[in-house]
Structure formats: C-alpha cells, structure tokens
Design a protein around this ligand. Structure first.
Ligand SMILES: Nc1ncnc2c1ncn2[C@@H]1O[C@H](COP(=O)(O)OP(=O)(O)OP(=O)(O)O)[C@@H](O)[C@H]1O
Length: 288
C-alpha cells in the first residue's frame, strides 16, 4: 500500500502483513463487528458490519466525527480497531500493504520529485525487480490515464490543485492495488475541477474494474460514483446512556451504472435517492 508519509526506508520495509484467514465466501472485503473507542465506554462506533464485492464502488457518508476516516484507516491497515476485524481476499488486514492504495484529500506528493519520479517511487516499491523501462512504461500509462503526460516532468509546485490530485490518483492506480481507499479526495477542489475528475475517476474505475471504498460529504458525488452508499450515524449521549455510532442504513444505487454528472438529475429515481440521503443526514444521523 502506498502511504504518503512513508519514508523510502519505511516503504521498502512494507510487505503484505496480512495474515491468512479462512475464506469466508462472502464479500471480497468483509468487515465484521468493527468498533473503535478512544475513550473507554464511549466508543465512536460499534458493531460495524459490511462487505464490498470485487469491483464494487462503495461510498460512505456521515457527519463529521462519526468515524469514517477511522474505518478507512483500519481498512488501510494504518489504524487498529478496538474490536472486530477486516478480511480482504481471504486474509485478515493487520497492517499496511501495497494491496491497498490510498488517496487523501491532501495529495501528499514528494515536493522535490517530478510527477514521473513520484509515481515511479511507488511503482518501484511495488515491483522492486522491475527494470527502469518497465517502471517508466507503467508510470506513463497511468499519467496518460489522468491526462497529465504534458506535465510528467513538472514538480508539484508547478501544478494546480486538481493536477496534484490527479497525480495522487495515478500513483494509487499505478500500483494496481486490490482495493482503492479514497478519503474525500476532491474535497479541496473547485466545483468544475471536481466534476471533471469525478468523471475521469468513474471512467478509470469502470475500465479497470477497481474495487473502491470512498469517503465523501457530497451527496451527488456518492450518487454519481457509488454502487452502494453506507450511511453512518454519529454516536453520542442520550437519555438511555452513550450510544455508539455505526452504519445506520445501506442504500443500493438504483440508477443505471453508465451515468454522467450532467445527466444525473434527469434519471428516474435520482431525486428520490437524493432526498432519502439528505433526509438521513438532517433527521436520522444523530442519536435522538
Ligand atoms: N487519535 C485520536 N484520539 C482521540 N480521538 C480521536 C482520534 N482520532 C479520531 N478521534 C475522534 O474519533 C471520532 C471519529 O473521527 P474520524 O476522523 O474517524 O471521523 P470522520 O467521520 O472521518 O470525521 P470528518 O468527516 O470530520 O473527517 C472523532 O470524534 C474524533 O475526534
């Protein structure tokens, strides 16, 4: 797995630390009984169960603080849960791995390296035995995929925010991870750039049949991209005592899989779906 704050030596040391686990025959990714408590007796979330099928795009939506990033970090192997476990492709996730590519809101590129070298660094970590030509071919393929070939020899300071985020996406795809983890990757972009990159991401995901878990605060982004949307409620103090957060509802996207941002609002079922998610966020996401 590519993690932006890994030093070269740390990256070199990363191997697949996933321990073999019995094949469950359920989802490609199986999350069972996941819980996290930073404060004893006041878990942020508890009993989180969900699965992700191979090639599925799952989005999670919920208010700030419900635990979305914590769950993503557990899936990435960067954080450990207080209870429960995650199995991917028959192996329990116990640490970071190049099997999982992560893109955060901040692009986290190495500022002293060009686009080419930033991505080549990740590719060489994934396939240490590859020749220079093999690495370069892989880098060019994914830089081209995000439309950045003309900027391949520029450094991050010479790129716009949208271009930097594209490099982060290219880098995550270039290691051909089994699962892509996206934590609000477009949160800092203007609406126009955001729309363009969403469409690009959707095209690449469809083409590569990539399995994706993505956090977003943008309801339309989730409706555009996701096959299923997990709605998370916040934990909190109630008259009955502390209630942990968790997955409150799972929505299957009924819209045709081939959809575009421009046509989204014209599709049958779009407004019903949108209203249901917005209503959840307004009325059902906090403990009563
Ligand atoms: N290292 C930590 N120590 C203590 N509390 C933490 C720590 N990390 C996260 N938390 C708390 O856990 C809760 C969930 O955090 P998390 O970042 O997973 O939420 P989130 O849903 O991703 O929020 P946002 O949408 O704002 O990014 C928050 O209340 C946060 O303050």
């Amino acid at each position: 797995m590519w993690s932006p704050d890994m030093s070269p030596s740390a990256t070199a040391a990363v191997t697949d630390t996933a321990a073999p686990a019995p094949a469950t025959g359920k989802g490609f990714v199986q999350v069972e009984g996941l819980g996290k408590a930073y404060t004893p007796d006041q878990p942020v979330f508890a009993d989180v169960d969900f699965s992700i099928a191979r090639g599925e795009f799952v989005c999670v939506i919920g208010h700030s603080g419900c635990g979305k990033t914590t769950i993503l970090n557990v899936l990435a192997g960067l954080d450990t849960a207080s209870s429960g476990h995650v199995v991917m492709d028959g192996r329990e996730i116990t640490g970071p791995s190049l099997d999982r590519g992560v893109v955060f809101q901040g692009h986290a590129l190495m500022p002293w390296l060009t686009v080419r070298s930033n991505i080549a660094f990740a590719v060489r970590s994934r396939w240490p035995g590859w020749s220079r030509a093999q690495v370069d071919e892989q880098v060019r393929k994914y830089v081209e995929m995000v439309g950045l070939l003309p900027a391949i020899d520029r450094k991050p300071a010479q790129l716009s925010g949208g271009m930097k985020q594209r490099v982060g996406i290219a880098r995550a795809f270039a290691i051909q991870p089994k699962m892509l983890l996206l934590d609000e990757p477009f949160g800092a972009l203007d609406a126009l750039t955001r729309g363009a990159i969403q469409e690009e991401l959707m095209a690449i995901v469809r083409q590569t049949r990539q399995t994706v878990f993505m956090i977003t605060h943008d309801v339309d982004e989730a409706i555009l991209l996701a096959d299923r949307i997990l709605l998370m409620r916040n934990g909190g103090q109630t008259a009955r005592g502390w209630e942990p957060g968790g997955i409150a509802e799972v929505v299957t996207n009924p819209l045709p899989r081939e959809r575009s941002r421009a046509e989204l609002h014209k599709l049958d079922g779009y407004y019903a779906l949108r209203n249901d998610i917005v209503d959840f966020l307004v009325s059902r996401a906090h403990p009563a």
